[in-house]
Design a protein around this ligand. Sequence first.
Ligand code: IPE
Ligand code: IPE
Ligand code: MG
Ligand code: MG
Ligand code: MG
Length: 305
Amino acid sequence: MAKDEEIAFETALLMRAAAIEALLRRLLDQRALSGEIARPKRLMAAMRHGVLNGGKRLRPFLVMESAALFSADGEAASRVAAALECVHCYSLIHDDLPAMDNDDLRRGQPTVHRAFDDATAILAGDALLTLAFDILADEATVLPVERRAALVLALARAAGVGGMVGGQMLDLDAGRNPPDEAGIIRLQAMKTGALIRFACEAGAIVAGAPPEDRERLAEFGSAIGLAFQLADDLLDLTADAHQMGKATGKDAAAGKATLVALHGADWARKQLSGLVGQAHALLDPYGERAALLKEAATFVATRNS
Ligand code: IPE
Ligand code: IPE
Ligand code: MG
Ligand code: MG
Ligand code: MG
């Protein structure tokens, strides 16, 4: 039987996901914005395919809940959450390409390059990445200009060469030169951790919270970011494609350098509970108000999809 806190979290995640999905649908409207010339139909269809396809929307949830922790404006937070989800979906579209992981299934549906073609998938990813910064900079994200600029900078640092994209590069290199444990942790902190860290830190930025709080939330994000990829690697080993909505068993088949491959599943489960403990402790100063965020940390480590 699920505990009450678990049910409260799952309900909140579904509600936040529905709200973000509705906002993403509006942001991916066919009509061109002022300053744009036209929105090509095929490109928009590919972008929608890659975004409006039922992800868990965990990163948007983390943005919304970390913003709520500091009583930030919910509407601004939801636009920041949507911007981050655009970056995440772009990263998945490109990650699935034949030149990268070569996957046919994502969120239980054909990947964007399978439903369209490789070139269209590349462009859909490019356009989603750019759209994310459009959303943050737009004055419809009703925040003081300095906060919008801080969000643009933090997302650029998390998504780019020193964050997600850099991590994907190290992940590709790892196939040729297997890294040691510290190397694996660093590449995972970059390819997956950086966007999750941004998700948690972004709430504090939206709220204009003091630097200590911003740092605390970022640290919380780093801990659950590591846990998130560790769980993904564990699920790649233990779950099936139907459950995950994407192919599994690929890491071992490819001889991929993961902590699960290095230390085994039992070690990974212990490590996960340690990371959750660390994440919870970071939120202790906020008391009951952080209950849902704490539950999110537990979910990251114990999820089964
Ligand atoms: C999958 O992320 C990619 C990784 C970073 C491991 P999610 O498991 O959050 O994917 P969706 O958004 O729910 O599909
Ligand atoms: C991908 O890691 C992380 C990204 C930056 C997209 P994986 O390659 O393990 O993610 P999945 O398993 O395809 O979702
Ligand atoms: Mg990959
Ligand atoms: Mg992949
Ligand atoms: Mg994976």
